[in-house]
Design a binder for this molecule. Structure first.
Ligand code: ADP
Length: 179
């Protein structure tokens, strides 16, 4: 099922983000930018080894100490259908203070960077809700708050790409409760 929210500015789907034909997909990366498990691993596998080389260049130039929580960095998409990958680092729930602010920053900063690169469409995975342990419902409220606040400033079509029907349905239930 594909569902439109926010006056059709936001689509909610279940699928593999590496398959999406959008201008930019967001990667729930880690500080190292060198790839990992979950969606990060899937994106690196699908994009090919040039993505890792591009991430290494980002480390060598802009982010020698790694990418901090909530920050964003852009590479090409290489073998992906998406033109760009916007890498961001979500907070680890159990050990991060100010985590809601940092999770919001991931979304806010990714939208701004996509806009800066003339993107018209962007897709997000459910950042921090996998290995980083953010409770799904808590994260969903932050995503909705942040999109409400940030979307007016950006001419972007947003896809929220969940990896299971259960996650998609949980998100839609929260969005509908708030509508
Ligand atoms: P984090 O470390 O930020 O928690 P994870 O990759 O562990 O990141 O999980 C974030 C979310 O991405 C989870 O909901 C997970 O199910 C989902 N996910 C994993 N692989 C994919 C994929 N190929 N496309 C979209 N979402 C994915």
């Amino acid at each position: 099922m594909d569902k439109d929210l926010f006056n059709r500015r936001v689509s909610v789907i279940t699928g593999d983000i590496t398959r999406l034909e959008v201008d930019a997909i967001v990667n729930a990366a880690n500080h190292s930018l060198m790839g990992g498990g979950g969606v990060d691993g899937a994106i690196h596998r699908a994009a090919g080894s040039e993505l890792k080389q591009a991430c290494q260049r980002l480390r060598d130039t802009d982010w020698p100490d790694g990418l901090p929580d909530g920050e964003v960095a852009l590479t090409d998409g290489f073998n992906l259908p998406a033109r760009y990958v916007i890498h961001t680092v979500g907070p680890v729930y159990a050990k991060t203070k100010d985590k809601s602010h940092l999770l919001a920053n991931c979304y806010r900063n990714a939208l701004a960077l996509a806009d800066k690169h003339d993107c018209r469409s962007i897709a997000f995975p459910a950042i921090s809700t996998g290995v980083y342990g953010y409770p799904f419902d808590e994260a969903a409220h932050i995503v909705i708050d942040t999109l409400e606040e940030a979307l007016d400033a950006h001419d972007l079509q947003v896809t929220l790409c969940f990896f299971s029907d259960r996650d998609q349905q949980a998100f839609e239930a929260i969005a509908e409760q708030r509508a």
